[in-house]
Ligand binder design. Sequence first.
Ligand code: 5AD
Length: 331
Amino acid sequence: MKKILSKEDLINFLEISTYDEEIFKYANKIRKENVGDGIYLRGLIEFSNICKCSCKYCGLRFSNNEIERYRFSKDEILFYAKNAVQLGYKTLVLQSGEDAFFSVDRICEIVREIKKLGVALTLSIGERSYDELKAIKREGADRYLLRIETTDESLYKKMHPNMDYKNRINCLYNLKKLGYETGTGCLVGLPEQTIESLANDILFFKELDADMVGIGPFIPCNNTPLENEKEGSFVLALKVMALTRIFLPNINIPATTAMETINPEGRIIALQSGANVIMPNVIDKKYSEKYVIYPNKDRICDNVSESRSFIEDKIKLIGRYISDDFGFRKS
Ligand code: 5AD
């Protein structure tokens, strides 16, 4: 495993299960050598589930009339942000659907206020123009998450009506250019997704030089066009994640909620296979249960303040600890 893996190697490793345990162990070793045993907690504030997009897999899609929509005011966002800071979070992640109400000016104002709390700030609010991203960066936003979802352009088109693959790629390169720590990632197990395209996804993360990569299995969501499709494989998603760690040794990789949703020990297994980040929800359950990207997502943590000590106890058992720095990519 020492030499650089080719695309053919990647495809081979993804296709066969013979070397799975070795891949997971090796990714864990690379993680330990490059980013250590500390785990970064990022406090996730899902501040609006209103979305103008119609991604076929996502429960928040525009045409889903079955969910109750909500949108926080600036004060509500700040309330949860302050609460999370009090609980010890050093990074906050503001995530929403693509909600046009949050104009660049509104986002800038929120960023300005949150940065006064002395935390690192990540945004995950969908595609924005270069000028908008520049203005938001100027206010002090540190990081941005925008998954490419799949690098298979024709699959991308099928999954994302009215969206443009090239635009998304451009947006990611713009983020890098503007100095954001840039996060991307993919879904594993979308209908018609090929193993070769998953290998290409990993190569894309490397080419972009992504600073963070989030990977999760596709989970069929009711009231979406894909509700009757098959769920993605946990082991395959884990393997894509582990191989990403091997390709990008010093980046930050979350043990995603989707991993835990389809496997009760999913996050702990992910943390032992290359991951070093957890993103607990820090909003009230009455809102997080409405942020239904996929079903059962909110079952994972019941109580915001308890979730931190619960996670702490769990990760201690595997010889890890919660890191108290801001959690930027290690150089
Ligand atoms: N299953 C798993 N992950 C999903 N996401 C959206 N819908 C689903 C689903 N049905 C992921 C997307 C998005 C992130 C916020 O959630 O990858 O980027």
